[in-house]
Design a protein around this ligand. Sequence first.
Ligand code: NAD
Length: 327
Amino acid sequence: MKILVTGSSGRVGSAVVERLLAADHQVHGLDARASSRQGDGYSEVVGSLDDEAAVRESVRGVEVVLHLGAFMSWAPQDKAKMFAANVEGTRVLLDAASDAGVRRFVFASSGEVYPENAPAFQPLTEDHPLNANSPYGLTKLLGEDIVRFHQRAGLMETVILRFAHTQNASELLDEDSFFSGPRFFLRPRIAQQENFGNHEVADILRAADPGHPAHILARNENGRPFRMHITDTRDMLQGILLAMEHLGAAGETFNLGATDPVDFEPLLANMSRMTGLPVVTVDLPGAGVYYHTSNAKIRDMLGFKPEWTIDRMLAEAMEARKKRRSE
Ligand code: NAD
């Protein structure tokens, strides 16, 4: 089968491409960044999702589109670029896919459409109201609406996957990584908050800096440690392939992520045991992050079985950290 993977140079997209090629599919990639991948069965268009010519070239002859490309940012200065990639890009891609006779279109949405950080009830299920409260979440919600529009037109089967937070295990203990650096390490968190323009939070964090590198255990204003899902890319890959292949997935929306959320207090204690860095506890203004999202629908309907617990991911993260430090 000929399949287009957007975001083919990204965390999830690159893993999906490798798996599809191993299963002897013909794969097109579309990404703003080139990959170093070459070889049989693979071709790549380097271009932006909102560039109509590039997109039309990438969908030619394709039966399935896995739309995993997006610009993820929470920095105010990135808003215009993010809407161009995630909203206009999704519209351009869907129109091109529809014109090219694509049979199935799988869309990577996000738990930020609910949003998970301000749940009306828990565990969050797919019928939770959609009240995105970040520009990124709004781009995903608008993307979902364009997908649903095409589903209603009856020209394509569509599947919406609302991704939980996703990491390669190797990123978890890497202070330089995009998500885990600021999430689990104090100084990268300070830099991130400055970049977001949250100077008040940055000042609170700076006041807690012990003068040497440390982990951060974030709690809310009442001292409740954060809780959220952290899903391994390999489990997301399993869910994406089910969404691509399973007859019963057509027209459906699924939460896709690990079964159990991760509590940050024991997580940070484990991380600290592994890295030898102390944990600094900081109470941040507001309700904080504390959610549990149900993956029951995708487990029951499609047979999704996540395999990567946080403990398995951490063991691999520590090996990757040792390797980085010995290089
Ligand atoms: P990633 O950032 O690693 O990959 C996204 C890819 O999209 C990158 O390679 C990037 O170059 C490409 N891209 C960005 N803007 C583009 C543009 N205008 N045109 C073409 N390509 C562009 O992200 P990921 O973790 O692999 O995420 C995959 C998908 O899952 C994304 O749609 C993301 O929004 C969604 N998602 C991810 C998470 C997560 O925690 N990683 C959570 C929820 C949803």
